[in-house]
Design a protein around this ligand. Structure first.
Ligand code: GDP
Length: 463
């Protein structure tokens, strides 16, 4: 994508046809010319106009549509923008896109190019661009709320405000450096600047002290379903996902890979991982499955350890804990004693283990096949997700990129503060400047060329 390329772009911005309506957008200097060529007139700005859309060369009517004209700069991209609401048929869309290709200076947009132009024209900062990408990708209501807050500048505005505060602090020190010979420049400008730096440091640190919940909300809480082969892990995943996501088989070791399912539990996102039957094996393919299962599950927030309760000795917590002990200490572990339908009433195996010790946080007696006990498991999962996210729905750091920018800013501020003793104005100024730059990178104000492609790559064509 070439930044200096100022050709007029167009694309289908709505979903896959056929559909009731299709939206084609045009942005750039020739957008008005293109609209006139297609409908023969210019509608009033920002007012929907019913119009016949014609091929500019043959004059053939392609469709009747609603046309919207947004002259620059009051448009989504900051350029002249046209929006056509067409009938959402394949041939209608193809006809209109073909017609646009024939108009001089117009070409098909690349993925994310409309948004990129909005960024380049100062309509959106980078954190808002990310919020927009997240809003489009949001699968649950909690994700949507977080994405919308980002789109409205929750982190971007704060970072910009902090950057301005830093620039003010920096100006104090630079005044000292530049005019140190002049009698009317006060001596004590460094202290107020360092005080501001200290204050800012604590504000940023407070944002980072959210245990990564914002990032987790974007990606979903990771719940690993683990346990010995044939315990019923895939059956459980399928029941939770209510579809056939994993192959259920009566032969041990058939789930070789990690299977991932996204769940929406009361608005909170949860990613379920069905791990390969964790057991030692001499088969290299199976060994790889085991290795991947372990590493994915090692990053999980919760491990559901499934055992076959009908097998004598399997429900003994101690034996499960022996294996559970390999999981990370910060993840919760729930023991699911599955296939309880095979165990007769009154059998001691239906009882919950007497003590929840050695890393087991909860125990459930259930049957993934019959559905027995599933309600209480789903209720507990939903409670786990809402207590995890509920308190921190206002997290402002939602990506590793934000975290890194804040951490780098704090590091620069710490270096500036460490020069307090020596009183070196030049060194303090240099570190404050570097902190300003890292905050500027967060919103895309300074030298971000290297990360732009990564960010815009996530968008689809027409956005
Ligand atoms: P995995 O290897 O842990 O993924 O186990 P699967 O989900 O493939 O299940 C292994 C076998 O146990 C299959 O034949 C399932 O139908 C059966 N199974 C799973 N859950 C239950 C259950 O709750 N009750 C009974 N009776 N059978 C089950």
């Amino acid at each position: 994508m070439v930044m200096t390329d100022r050709s007029t772009i167009f694309a289908l911005s709505s979903g896959r046809p056929p559909a009731a309506i299709a939206v084609v957008r045009i942005s750039g200097r020739s957008a008005g010319v293109a609209l006139k060529a297609l409908i023969g007139r210019m509608p009033e700005p920002r007012k929907a106009a019913l119009a016949r859309v014609r091929d500019p060369q043959s004059g053939e009517v392609i469709d009747e549509a609603l046309a919207l004209w947004f002259p620059a700069p009051a448009s989504e991209t900051g350029e002249d923008v046209v929006e056509l609401q067409l009938h959402g048929g394949q041939a209608v869309i193809a006809g209109v896109l073909d017609a646009l290709c024939k108009i001089e200076g117009c070409r098909l947009a690349e993925p994310g190019e409309f948004t990129r132009r909005a960024f380049e024209n100062g309509k959106l900062d980078l954190t808002r661009v990310e919020g927009l990408a997240d809003l489009i990708a949001a699968e649950t209501q909690a994700q949507r709320r977080q994405a919308f807050r980002q789109l409205k500048g929750l982190i971007g505005d704060r970072a910009e405000e902090w950057r301005r505060e830093l620039i003010k602090a920096l100006a104090l020190i630079e005044a000292r450096i530049d005019f140190s010979d002049e009698a009317d420049v006060p001596e004590n400008l460094v202290e107020p600047a360092l005080f501001a730096a200290q204050l800012l440091r604590s504000k940023i640190a407070a944002c980072l002290a959210d245990s990564g919940h914002g990032e987790r909300l974007r990606e979903g809480l990771v719940v690993a379903i683990a346990g010995p082969p044939n315990a019923g892990k895939s059956t459980l995943l399928n029941r939770l996902a209510r579809r056939e996501a994993a192959i259920v088989s009566p032969h041990p070791g058939t789930t070789r890979d990690v299977i991932e399912v996204h769940l929406d539990l009361d608005g909170y996102p949860l990613t379920l991982l069905d791990t390969a039957g964790i057991r030692e094996s001499s088969d290299p393919v199976e060994q790889e499955g085991v290795r991947r299962a372990r590493s994915r599950a090692a990053a999980a927030d919760l491990t559901l350890w499934v055992t076959d309760a009908s097998v004598v000795g399997s429900a003994v917590v101690g034996s499960a804990v022996g294996e559970v002990g390999q999981w990370p200490p910060n993840a919760e572990v729930w023991l699911l004693r599955n296939k309880i339908d095979l165990v007769g009433a009154g059998d001691p195996r239906t009882e919950s283990p007497p003590t929840m010790k050695n890393g087991i946080n909860h125990s459930f007696a259930m049957s993934a096949q019959s559905g027995l006990g599933m309600d209480s498991l789903v209720g507990a999962l939903s409670g786990f997700a809402s207590s995890y996210f509920g308190a921190t729905e206002s997290a402002i750091v939602t990506r590793g990129r934000h975290r890194q920018a804040f951490e780098e800013t704090i590091a620069a501020l710490d270096r500036a503060l460490s020069h307090r003793a020596s009183g070196s104005e030049e060194l303090i100024a240099e570190e404050l400047r570097s902190a300003t730059t890292t905050l500027g990178r967060l919103t895309g104000r300074v030298d971000v060329e290297d990360i732009l492609d990564v960010i815009f790559r996530d968008f689809c064509i027409g956005k």
